[in-house]
Design a protein around this ligand. Sequence first.
Ligand SMILES: Cc1cc2nc3c(=O)[nH]c(=O)nc-3n(C[C@H](O)[C@H](O)[C@H](O)COP(=O)(O)OP(=O)(O)OC[C@H]3O[C@@H](n4cnc5c(N)ncnc54)[C@H](O)[C@@H]3O)c2cc1C
Length: 426
Amino acid sequence: MKQINYTKSIPVKKQYDIIVCGGGVAGVAAAVSAAKNGFSTLLLEKSNILGGLGTLGLINLFVPMCNGRGKQIIFGLAEKWLRLSATLGWDTIPDEWKDGEPKEPTSVRYTQRYSPSIFAYQLTEELTKSGADILFDCMAVDPIMEGNVCKGVITESKGGTAFYPCRVLIDTTGDCDILRRAGIPTVSGENFFTFITKMVTLDGCKRAIEANDIAKIYSNFGGGNINLYGTNQPSDVPRWSGLSAEEVTDYIVRNHLLILEKLKASARNTREIVTSPGMPQFRTTAHIKGDYSFKFTDAYCHFEDSVCAINDFENRDYLFEVPLRTLTRRDYPNIITAGRSADATGYGWDVLRVIPPAILTGQAAGEAACLAIKTNTAIADVDIKSLQAKLEKENVMIHFPDSYVPEDKEISVHGKNSAEIDGGHM
Ligand SMILES: Cc1cc2nc3c(=O)[nH]c(=O)nc-3n(C[C@H](O)[C@H](O)[C@H](O)COP(=O)(O)OP(=O)(O)OC[C@H]3O[C@@H](n4cnc5c(N)ncnc54)[C@H](O)[C@@H]3O)c2cc1C
């Protein structure tokens, strides 16, 4: 490929202790946690709304945060924000969980479908209350590296190009954009033909009025409608990594045209698309090749460097712990990631990247960044007991209780064996 050299002088802006690149749920959790410890924190978000896929991307469901037997596993900021989202927007928390963990075992799972926009505004409030600074409409572009140490990040916004120095950088772009540009190895995934909008129909309006429940007004209306497992992915549609403008554009154009085609089959005065996803609904673009790769067959393992306990959102019983090493690279002392770019393989990536665990890894990354600065150590080398104690103080479950582990610990999902579950997309 032909290349040119392009140089220009750019302004050096305020120095921050911690810069968080990307304001999805993981990034907001990281920034809020860092700022609450009193460290100067800047969150950079390229869009105009916080929450990433969880709001802008219209993925408005806290997947189950329990073991499917009535025991809650996921706490911390995920629990706080699930509850917060139900205070002002839609409250779809099942009756069994309305007042916290049920007294009796239940197979009903602890989930919440929320209003994406209202939850996004609540995240803005959480962030501003924490004392973190935010720049919307501001893209983190390139980390400036001295060897493997990050000195700050170049940004691009209406005001032009600028440099923000920092002591620790947290990459929560979801796509590992900044890590990749820092030279850290990453692994890319494949994404299916999924594009879901929010539609309002006359039938939906009637449903909402009859139930006196505005949450019932919406229905999902899809272009590509392929599920997590890629079932029925059309053979003439590519699987995108999502890591180039060309791929993103191909995905968008195909979906817009397909939606128009589908709309032609219904009467125009009976329905309206009220919101389209403002970012590609790609599940697995890229993750860090970290110090440890989380996998589904880690179920029921305790890790010394666990930063949170999580559960499988789909299959009951399976319990996991997430090692700090899934977020770090020992050879890059002041960079960490969180959210859907944590290191994981196969179906393990699906379990780790969804909204509640993404919030918890974001929270862990924020706390780990603070501890690294406070103790003048590399993030991968922070005193793990101190980190765990801080997270526990913030209501995070670090180790799942052994009493929750079922007697039959055989690991099997959809009839697949361990190698298939850990090996790739199922
Ligand atoms: C189709 C689909 C269905 C799903 N269903 C569910 C579900 O039902 N429940 C569930 O819990 N999870 C679900 N998920 C997964 C979940 O939505 C995501 O994994 C999770 O929200 C990821 O959060 P994140 O903060 O890691 O990343 P993201 O949400 O991707 O956030 C990244 C943020 O960074 C910003 N950004 C990116 N690059 C830059 C840059 N260079 N500079 C500045 N900002 C940048 C983006 O604008 C965005 O705000 C689904 C995902 C998909 C795609």
